[in-house]
Design a protein around this ligand. Structure first.
Ligand SMILES: [Cu+2]
Length: 278
């Protein structure tokens, strides 16, 4: 009965989320109730795990609430004039120890499976390096031309003019090919930031002096937005992340353009300093 009621409720929420998600799939929506639709296998698994936990936690809450109500009605002083003096019930104590253990094991198995799935990086097609800075992101493509660029948030006026969402649009999006496994390496230049895209199921700290790595395989073309997710200073809220997932052909075209657009001086650093002094 509980399960069926929950199923109907979850179905209704999913239906609302589906219609709400049709317009813009990859950014937060006003009054959004559910997680953003998954754009990677890892996010799909995170959503499945979340739904499993939701069923378990709902069942536990309903059960405990039922017990409380039963005790309040059946065993209050008026309804139960002669109080029981019993203090132990071995069977009951064994049950309320064993059952939570079983519930935790049921949760732990898919939880650890998901953690390892996220942790072990498969053979990657491409490497993206994200560097958190106060308060913007720099990106490098070390094995696809080795260029780098900065991505800064658009002002409200620029975002409105460009048709970008407020506080999420950036001047230079990260562009990635669809269906390709991306090895993500993340660091920071000043304080700790965190690179996060909800639809990808990726959230990883960017720590100065350390390289953290993760991975994802975007399954659908589109624009995916995220934000710095580690409190990093005054403009923490204003260093969004925007990833555009395109076809391999469009990615190759973009790569050629980007190499020109973001071309840097390849001369050794000493030579550049010497020429600057002159
Ligand atoms: Cu930050």
């Amino acid at each position: 009965m509980i399960h069926r009621t929950f199923g109907i409720l979850a179905g209704a929420i999913a239906l609302v989320a589906l219609f709400a998600g049709v317009a813009e799939a990859a950014q937060p929506q006003p009054w959004q109730m559910d997680l953003q639709p998954a754009a990677t296998e890892r996010m799909a698994q995170i959503i499945d795990f979340h739904n499993l936990l939701l069923v378990i936690i709902t069942a536990i809450c309903v059960f405990v609430l039922g017990l409380l109500l039963w005790i309040m009605v059946r065993y209050n002083a008026r309804a139960n004039k002669v109080a029981s003096k019993s203090t132990h019930n071995t069977l009951l104590e064994v049950v309320w120890t064993i059952v939570p253990v079983i519930i935790l094991v049921v949760i732990a198995i898919p939880s650890f499976r998901l953690l390892y799935f996220e942790d072990v990086i498969p053979e990657a097609d491409l490497t993206l390096k994200a560097v958190g800075k106060q308060w913007y992101w720099s990106y490098e493509y070390p094995d696809a031309g080795d260029f780098s660029f900065d991505a800064l948030m658009l002002s409200d006026a620029d975002a409105a003019a460009a048709g970008e969402p407020r506080l999420l649009g950036v001047d230079n999006r990260v562009v990635l090919p669809v269906g390709k496994t991306v090895r993500l390496i993340v660091t920071a230049a000043d304080v700790i930031h965190s690179w996060a895209i909800p639809a990808f199921g990726v959230k990883i700290d960017a720590v100065p002096g350390r390289l953290n790595e993760s991975w994802f395989t975007p399954l659908r073309e589109g624009i995916y937005y995220g934000q710095c997710s580690e409190l990093c200073g005054a403009r923490h809220a204003f260093m969004p992340i925007a990833v555009e997932v395109v076809s391999q052909e469009r990615f190759d075209l973009w790569l050629e353009e980007a190499k020109q657009k973001f071309a840097s001086d390849d001369a050794p650093r000493d030579a550049r300093l010497a020429s600057a002094e002159r």
